[in-house]
Design a protein around this ligand. Structure first.
Ligand SMILES: [Zn+2]
Ligand SMILES: [Zn+2]
Length: 270
């Protein structure tokens, strides 16, 4: 198995406030690790509950750089324009407009904020049990797929597990099967997909987001649209753990992995 047909569909450049990497260096590293391409998915988190993040970036400035690199590497390495859109219920209309007004290849619908709390910086509710916290997170994730339409895949299902203090942070399908089924069925009904986000390994969780139990259920329910992303904020993370994850996806029964171009899935055989 090689990465020659695989695009890393989730990488951050310096147009994200939490990354310093130039787009050129993302491209050079993608070529170095043998990928077919990258999709640069910088953050737009409208109404983010502190000033550390940003509601978006200069889309035109980034598009100019991406288009130059796209032309430079045409025929040898794909350079695609993506967006990681942070969901909150009150931003749906503004976010849809933002997506419509710009020409992205790919839009990830990610939940970073729950009840106005950025779950990577603060506990959701210190008096809640792990089950209460995860159920609330998953309920907002369900809202993100049911209330919002202008996206291609749901980002990093289980993202919250990176930041919780529990001895066992795992978010298992069997413990939340009712709400996870609602999320997966809605994704499939809407013709959307989910991403397999390998940053779980970077965060020492020994699994991607979502875990293979949830991916197995997605397959059982008829899900076929899967993208693979490293969620790189440092250059060496690009393509991280892709080969073992692809092998595992094949063993679950998935035959194809996707990337998106002009908002349409392109399927590559695993
Ligand atoms: Zn994210
Ligand atoms: Zn990300």
């Amino acid at each position: 198995m090689s990465l020659q047909n695989i695009v890393d569909c989730h990488v951050h450049s310096h147009f994200s406030s939490d990354s310093q990497i130039s787009i050129k260096n993302l491209v050079l590293q993608g070529i170095k690790v043998g990928l077919a391409g990258i999709t640069v998915t910088d953050h737009a988190d409208l109404d983010y509950p502190n000033n550390l993040s940003q509601p978006g970036f200069d889309f035109k400035d980034r598009a100019r750089i991406l288009n130059e690199l796209k032309n430079e590497y045409a025929g040898s390495f794909k350079v695609l324009q993506g967006l990681e859109l942070g969901f909150q219920p009150q931003i749906v209309e503004r976010a849809s407009k933002m997506v419509q007004e710009n020409s992205f290849d790919f839009v990830i619908n990610s939940t970073h904020v729950v009840d106005s709390i950025d779950v990577c910086r603060r506990p959701l509710n210190e008096s809640w049990t792990k089950e209460q916290v995860y159920r609330r997170y998953l309920t907002v994730l369900y809202d993100s797929v049911s209330m919002f339409d202008n996206f291609d895949v749901v980002g990093h299902i289980g993202f919250i597990t990176r930041y919780v203090p529990y001895e066992d942070p795992s978010l298992s399908f069997k413990d939340y099967s009712d709400i996870i089924d609602m999320i997966l069925k809605t994704v499939i009904q809407k013709g959307k997909g989910i991403e397999v986000n390998t940053a779980g390994y970077f965060y020492k969780l020994k699994a991607p987001h979502p875990g293979f139990d949830i991916l197995t259920r997605y397959k059982e329910l008829g899900g076929t649209i899967l993208t693979l992303g490293s969620d790189s904020h440092v250059v060496t993370q690009i393509g991280d753990h892709f080969i073992p994850v692809l092998q595992k996806l094949a063993s679950i029964g998935f035959e194809y992995i996707c990337y998106f171009e002009n908002r349409k899935p392109v399927f590559s055989k695993i």
